[in-house]
Design a protein. Structure first.
Length: 169
């Protein structure tokens, strides 16, 4: 896991992820992670809000429930997942990668940056960088994970579903 200083250095190349991390740190108010009551999505820059997901951590990571699934994700994956359990998502390739990442955040108990590569047989379609940050309940247990992503190198036909190309590295 990257410590805060290392994470800030890596995020220098991803300005919107860096902005999201700075907002998350403000919500922390000196704690290891913010409490849900301190989280106000409206604090995020407007360009970031459509690329946010908020996932509830169910029984320590046994499952996850999508409390919020940003509109940019609906456009990219052609699917609305707000108010759905991850275990109910039909596309295994997307949900297995996301599950691995969310489980890692639960295991690390801290913010973590992930890189996923979406490939066509002819080459890379996109690189997706996802910053996943924990949110605690009042007793200090991880209750939610807020995620923000940034896409690079996208060369996709609008009719294609990004999730069908998922290969994580």
């Amino acid at each position: 896991m990257l410590n805060t200083i290392e994470l800030e250095f890596v995020l220098d190349d991803y300005p919107e992820l860096e902005q999201a991390f700075e907002v998350w740190q403000k919500w922390c108010a000196g704690q290891a992670a913010p409490q849900w009551g301190n989280v106000k999505l409206i604090d995020m820059p407007p360009s970031i809000i459509p690329r946010i997901t908020v996932s509830d951590v169910i029984r320590g990571g046994e499952d996850y429930w999508y409390r919020y699934w940003g509109t940019a994700l609906v456009e990219i994956f052609h699917e609305e997942l707000t108010n759905k359990f991850m275990s109910d998502v039909e596309r295994v390739e997307m949900s297995s990668t996301t599950r691995i990442q969310l489980d890692k955040v639960v295991e690390n108990s801290g913010p973590t940056l992930f890189k996923s590569v979406f490939r066509r047989p002819s080459g890379i379609l996109a690189e997706k960088y996802t910053l996943r940050m924990p949110i605690y309940d009042k007793l200090g247990a991880m209750e939610k994970i807020i995620s923000v992503f940034e896409l690079k190198n996208v060369s996709m036909n609008p009719a294609e579903k990004l999730g069908s190309f998922a290969n994580q590295i």
